[in-house]
Design a protein around this ligand. Structure first.
Ligand code: CA
Length: 233
């Protein structure tokens, strides 16, 4: 497999050195920056496979970077947040980050998250090549074939509209994680979509009718009051 590149932007130099050491030991090519402007430059030059961004950075912070990057690239972004920055977590994800870890974290955990991001199927908008292996997400008796754009429930096909399919794939690939309505709206409908988060609620309702045994008492797609949704399994 070709060497994969990770760009790390972190202003705590000891942590940055530790991240670089561990990522390199895991076989990645690592490019580092200690501020946002240099980080953006590195990302644009190196087209990395994963980007790791600290939230609090001098000058351009991790959120600013995330917002800018999402207009340019689909690269998986892992945010490093300081302890207690609960709001940061949500905001980070709303900005289009893919995952976060809270400091202090273990290198083992961080490396596992990086590997997971590299494995996670991207929501490819264009058709994959016919030779490509099918990427299938499974959750209990639900099977989502991302390449064929088909869904099976207990072995029987489920017919979904394109947006429903994208929404289900997004929820399942973020299994167990709370997704805010805004984050879902941005990821599925795009940031230039003119509409509101009720669009998300409506599609969730349709989706429940198709994948829940009892749509009025959902066991898979759970509502988190005031926040959004979580896919349980
Ligand atoms: Ca920092």
């Amino acid at each position: 497999m070709a060497e994969q590149t990770v760009v790390v932007v972190e202003d705590e130099e000891n942590l940055l050195a530790a991240l670089q050491y561990n990522l390199e030991r895991d076989g990645y090519r690592v490019c580092t920056a200690i501020d946002g402007a240099k980080g953006l430059e590195l990302i644009r030059e190196n087209a990395p496979n994963v980007v790791i961004l600290d939230v609090m950075l001098p000058g351009l912070n991790g959120f600013d970077m995330c917002r800018i990057l999402r207009r340019e690239t689909d690269v998986p972004i892992l945010m490093l947040t300081a302890k207690g920055e609960e709001v940061d977590r949500v905001v980070g994800l709303e900005l289009g980050a893919d995952d976060y870890v809270t400091k202090p974290f273990s290198m083992r955990e961080l490396l596992a998250r990086v590997r997971a991001l590299l494995r996670r199927p991207r929501l490819v908008k264009s058709g994959a090549s016919p030779e490509a292996p099918h990427e299938v997400l499974r959750a209990g008796d639900l099977e989502i074939d991302l390449s064929a754009h088909t869904v099976n429930l207990r072995g029987a096909p489920v017919v979904l509209k394109p947006r429903e399919f994208d929404l289900l794939a997004l929820l399942v690939s973020n299994k167990g994680r709370a997704m805010t309505r805004d984050a879902v709206l941005e990821r599925i409908w795009g940031h230039d979509y003119i509409g509101d988060t009720r669009t998300v609620d409506v599609h969730i309702r349709w989706l429940r009718e198709k994948v829940e045994a009892t749509p009025s008492a959902p066991k898979r797609i759970i509502t988190i009051r005031g926040v959004g949704y979580r896919f349980l399994g």
